[in-house]
Design a protein around this ligand. Structure first.
Ligand code: KIV
Length: 262
């Protein structure tokens, strides 16, 4: 039973002003959405990490709008009262603004999500402004951008040099001015995460960006030990469910084989 009061976009700003941290977690299906909401997580993100954690792709690039919407609808069915954010898949918003607006509109209309997330800083600020002006709340995402791995050459920490930290601050200021209600800060040194969090008025939701962000987001499958292909440095393990899973199903298979299953 969730004991939090209902989260809205206004809650994010209020929490920052009150100095109260925000928890966010990725979810991809009705069962995990319901359990995470009952566990009092503040916001559920249908992350495009879905591509890797659930759909078996090597990175997030192949995920389509239709695949992601299918999972977002399940999340909404599992947690009707939760604050649900939908991560816009690669190439669902980059090609042109009209297509981006139509796709983001589908998220609210068809999946009943509360907001969308999109990757990028200054370069996507005009699009963020257009979405917000049309009634679509936006969570920004700056720092390491997994949808850019082909150009960046991999999953690399950002904001390590003073110049790069200043560029990230500029990105943060641009998405704030465009009307994003919060921004993810992915994979930057703690000092950069702290500096940006202190200099902007919207909450920062960190992943691998230190303890001073206004909130934290984690990938559910990393947190539970369910995604074993690759463990990012910033992932925090709270359980080893992959191991338990194999043991439980292995015991079942063995019981059937040996005739112990009655
Ligand atoms: O897709 C995802 O899981 C994300 C989080 C890591 C922020 O974008």
């Amino acid at each position: 039973m969730n004991t939090n009061s209902k989260v809205t976009v206004g809650t994010f700003r209020k929490r920052k002003i009150a100095g109260e941290k925000i928890s966010m977690i990725t979810v991809y299906d009705a069962t995990s959405a319901s359990l995470c909401h009952q566990a009092n997580v503040d916001a559920l993100l249908v992350g495009d990490s879905l591509a890797m954690t659930v759909l078996g792709y090597k990175n997030t690039l192949p995920l389509t709008m239709d695949e992601a919407l299918h999972h977002a609808k399940a999340v909404r069915r599992g947690a009707p009262d939760a604050f649900v954010i939908f991560d816009m898949p690669f190439m669902s918003y980059q090609a042109d603004d009209s297509e981006a607006l139509r796709n983001a509109g589908r998220v609210l209309k068809e999946a009943g999500a509360d907001a969308v997330k999109l990757e990028g800083g200054a370069e996507v600020a005009p699009l963020i402004e257009k979405l917000v002006r049309n009634g679509i709340p936006v969570l920004a995402h700056i720092g390491l951008l997994p949808q850019h791995i082909m150009t960046s050459g991999g999953y690399r920490q950002t904001g390590k040099t003073p110049e790069d930290a200043a560029r990230l601050l500029e990105d943060a200021r641009k998405v704030e001015a465009a009307g994003a209600f919060a921004t993810v800060l992915e994979c930057m040194p703690s000092e950069t995460g702290k500096m940006i969090s202190e200099k902007i008025s919207i909450p920062t939701i960190g992943i691998g960006s230190g303890p001073d962000c206004d909130g934290q987001v984690q990938v559910l499958n990393d947190l539970l030990g369910l995604y074993e292909e690759f463990t990012p440095k910033h992932a925090r393990r709270y359980a080893e469910l992959g191991k338990l899973f194999r043991e439980a199903v292995g015991n079942y298979a063995n019981d059937v084989k040996t005739g112990k299953f009655k």
